[in-house]
Design a protein around this ligand. Structure first.
Ligand code: 26Q
Length: 819
């Protein structure tokens, strides 16, 4: 740890100690003698939270008094992890708290581990939302995050004989000391029913939606404290509650079971996070979740605006709403409904307000990941919103035709209704058309967005698509996760690194300084010792902290190509067995990641990694030169242990398929060298750390498109690569699955005949690149130099930079001055 607070708060150790004891007594209801570790954890959280609340109210009040533009970040996912470390660190209280708890005979580090991860997200998109919340607070932007308070976050992954099993996650089982329930902040959310047309005496028609069913959205607020405690924002998560838990009339009518069933159906909305990324589940409950949280959030934002400005017409001047992917895209229709039907604004003006307020971030190009909903489902569940979507689309297509476009192909391509696969509403089109700005999440991704998914819409509205390359919060991913490195960086480059990430550049001149390199290497080694212990505990694999830690940690997906890594592992294993006495560079391949519960192929890939691990780890001829470990239940907290201990970062997606990546940034910041394709943000990482300090291999996005054009049968490719042929034969014939020799026959068949992700095509380049990695590892000075230059070059990837760009170019808001 850093050994002292970065921005020590005025609080003394004695003050904190007394505060903890008061909270233990009056909030937890225990005395020192009877308190369990968890009781102490609660008391510490409450004492910490108490130090946030005043700043929170000051920030909230300042937003009313000074009237800065408000930002609403709408996301179905917030992958937060633990909050205690964040809060203490940002308040500058970590060391004071450590001392205070020590005086009470409890260990702060142990208490920290008692906090369950808030895993209200799947992966990159959800974690990005959490980093953005922290950066918006740090930059004193008056922002609210809006999402769903799922009772159950992302499932817990257990590996049983190498197969993934999913267990329900239960983060709220012991309560949540960070949140404030606001039962008075409650909105009715309608579903189903019909639309009534009312013609007023002046001949104008107004529409009124009469839902068949209502559900209540109840607010739960969590304060989000920025760096140095300067500003505190709110993350407001909605929980679903049946309106009238046991409607007495129904009860009296005798349908008790029906009444309870209705209650269950209403409250199902916030029960569980959908555990798939990239492939929309397409289920009715998901659409109910999307509408429920969009409507509650918009009603809340409008209520706040009305309270402050007494009218809604000025909304776009004072409010920016950011849609995190299309998941909240129904907001476009819902905001129109609220403005037109509820607040009586004329359609044209309402449309200007909507477009002026909303903007949309796209996170994927994968066609199967683009959300669309069947028209009949929308008509049944949200009849008025469907009418509004039709009207938006009709006006949009009119304006397209009026500007001279008559081509039927173009009209079909830019229509919000997809007429091909049954009639479906394209949520990406709805979000695009309802927004003033649409952004991609890396330079390459934004360029491809313009060329593919939004080619036609982008031509019609050429200024709409912009780029905002993702970033990560350095507070969590450097200062908290890697205090040893942080201390060294601050001692070398100065305390400026705490507030200006670009100041990390100042360590570049020390990349070959023997003393600095020695300390840098010592920090990495310490982190590797800690990870080796975790690997021993959880995988029962003993790894030497001095070997190369080669890590691939991310959701398991075919496009991310964990398979390519496994094939290379097997090829290396073959090579070692062929020449066991060569001096191989010893390494451990570390994997972690969950597969969507219904994604059978991804789960088979996990099983293969585990089967390969079993064979290699138990083969004495390998003599520890190669080991494989699959860490179960990857989550934010585990990432915080793995990333600071990594030497090599695997970012090997098929070029053109990973929108950005953010794990790539966390690993490079912590001194891991990247082996990767020219995909997503890897392209920009290369520019910032320097071409000599990153290992790039394989096809470019353009070459991928061309290669696919020639077909994806790989028999000729495989025939040209003896190493690949041997690997595929071994896997396919059951060398790693003697208990079920045919287990991987289908998988090898797909790679051979329908290799959509071009694993085979990139194999030789990847294998050769890995041998360059090994050669560089042997030149210790060269390796450390590259590692240090990675850390030195990553300042630009701070999410503070990303958020400042959103604020300037999309939201048109500025940081609030001191309250
Ligand atoms: C949609 C409909 C129904 C059910 C689930 C979903 C769903 C859920 C999650 C679809 C997609 C996701 C998550 C996508 C995601 O995490 N994308 C990643 O976003 C990161 C942040 O921008 C990028 O860095 C990654 O490249 C991108 O894969």
């Amino acid at each position: 740890d850093t050994g002292r607070d970065i921005a020590p708060a005025a609080d003394s150790v004695a003050n904190l100690r007394e505060a903890i004891l008061r909270r233990l007594t009056y909030s937890v209801g225990k005395n020192q003698a009877s308190a369990s570790e968890y009781d102490w954890y609660l008391a510490v959280v409450y004492a910490t939270r108490d130090r946030i609340v005043e700043g929170w109210m000051a920030s909230t009040n300042a937003a009313y008094v000074h009237g800065p533009k408000r930002v609403y970040y709408l996301s179905l996912e917030f992958l937060i992890g633990r909050l205690l470390g964040d809060a203490l660190n940002n308040l500058g209280l970590t060391e004071t708290m450590r001392a205070a708890t020590r005086e009470l005979g409890v260990d702060l580090e142990r208490l920290r581990t008692l906090e369950p991860d808030a895993a209200l997200g799947n992966g990159g998109l959800g974690r990005l939302a959490a980093c953005f919340m922290e950066s918006m607070a740090t930059l004193s932007i008056a922002a609210h995050g809006y999402g769903i308070r799922y009772d159950h976050g992302l499932f817990r992954q257990v590996l049983k004989d190498g197969w993934q099993q999913e267990y329900p996650e239960d983060w709220l089982a012991l309560g949540n000391p960070w949140e404030f329930k606001r039962p008075e902040v409650c909105y009715r959310i309608g579903f189903g029913g019909a639309v009534e047309a009312l013609t007023s005496p002046d001949g104008a028609t107004r529409y009124a939606w009469k839902p068949a069913e209502y559900v209540e959205a109840i607010a739960y607020d969590t304060p989000v404290v920025g760096w140095r405690g300067a500003h505190v924002n709110t993350l407001r998560l909605w929980s679903a509650r049946a309106c009238d838990p046991l409607q007495l009339d129904v009860f009296n009518a005798g349908d008790y079971v029906g009444a309870v069933a209705d209650k269950m159906r209403a409250e199902a909305i916030s029960k569980v996070l959908y555990p798939s990324d990239e492939t929309p589940a397409g289920q009715e409950l998901r659409l109910r979740q999307e509408y429920f949280f969009a409507s509650a959030s918009l009603q809340d934002a409008l209520r706040r605006h009305l309270k402050q400005y007494q009218e809604v017409r000025s909304l776009a001047e004072h409010v920016a709403i950011q849609l995190n992917d299309t998941h909240p895209a129904i907001s476009v229709a819902e905001l129109m409904r609220l403005l037109v039907d509820v607040h009586g604004i004329a359609w044209e003006e309402a449309w200007k307000i909507t477009q002026g307020t909303i903007s949309y971030t796209n996170h994927t190009l994968l066609p199967e990941a683009l959300e669309s909903w069947p028209v009949p489902l929308l008509e049944r569940m949200l009849p008025r919103q469907m009418q509004i979507i039709y009207l938006i689309n009709a006006l949009h297509l009119d304006s397209v035709r009026k500007s001279g476009h008559t081509d039927a192909r173009l009209i079909a391509a830019v229509s919000m209704i997809d007429e091909h696969a049954g009639r479906r509403v394209r949520m990406g089109h709805l979000a695009f058309i309802g927004s003033h700005k649409v952004n991609g999440v890396s330079a390459l991704h934004s360029k491809l967005l313009k060329q593919t998914v939004f080619r036609d819409l982008g031509t019609l509205y050429p200024d709409r698509i912009v780029n905002k390359t993702n970033g990560i919060t350095f507070r969590r991913w450097l200062f908290e996760a890697n205090p040893g490195l942080t201390r060294l960086l601050a001692d070398t480059a100065g305390e400026g690194i705490y507030d200006d990430p670009m100041a990390l550049r100042k360590i570049a001149p020390y990349a070959s300084d023997a003393a600095f390199v020695g300390e840098f290497a010592a920090v990495k080694r310490q982190n590797k010792v800690a990870l080796a212990k975790i690997i021993l505990d959880r995988c029962h694999v003993k790894v030497d902290p001095d070997v190369l830690f080669d890590v691939q940690i991310k959701r398991v997906h075919e496009y991310k190509r964990q398979l390519l890594n496994i094939l290379e592992t097997v090829a290396l294993y073959d090579a070692i067995r062929a020449q066991p006495y060569l001096d191989w560079v010893p390494r451990v391949k570390i994997f972690a990641g969950k597969a969507a519960a219904s994604y059978h192929h991804a789960k088979l890939i996990i099983k293969l990694a585990n089967d390969v691990a079993n064979v290699i780890n138990n083969d004495p001829t390998v003599r520890g030169m190669l080991k494989v470990a699959y860490l179960p239940n990857y989550n934010v907290s585990l990432a915080e242990s793995i990333i600071p201990a990594s030497d090599l970062s695997e970012q090997i997606s098929t070029a053109g398929m990973e929108a950005s990546g953010t794990g790539n940034m966390k690993l490079a910041l912590n001194g891991a060298l990247t082996i990767g394709t020219l995909d997503g943000a890897n392209v920009e990482i290369k520019q910032h750390v320097g071409d000599e300090n990153i290992f790039i291999f394989g096809m470019t996005a353009e070459q991928v498109a061309q290669r696919r054009g020639r077909g994806i049968d790989m028999r000729e490719t495989i025939a040209r690569s003896p190493a690949l042929r041997e690997v595929l034969d071994a896997i396919g014939s059951g060398v790693f699955s003697p208990d079920d020799p045919g287990r991987y026959a289908g998988l090898v068949d797909i790679l051979t005949h329908h290799d959509h992700f071009l694993v085979c095509e990139d194999f030789d380049a990847y294998y050769a690149c890995q041998r360059e990695v090994a050669a560089k590892w042997l030149d210790r000075a060269a390796w450390w130099k590259a590692s240090i230059l990675n850390t030195a070059g990553m300042g630009w990837f701070s999410s503070d930079r990303t958020i400042a760009e959103y604020a300037d170019e999309i939201w048109k808001t500025q940081a609030q001055k001191k309250e």
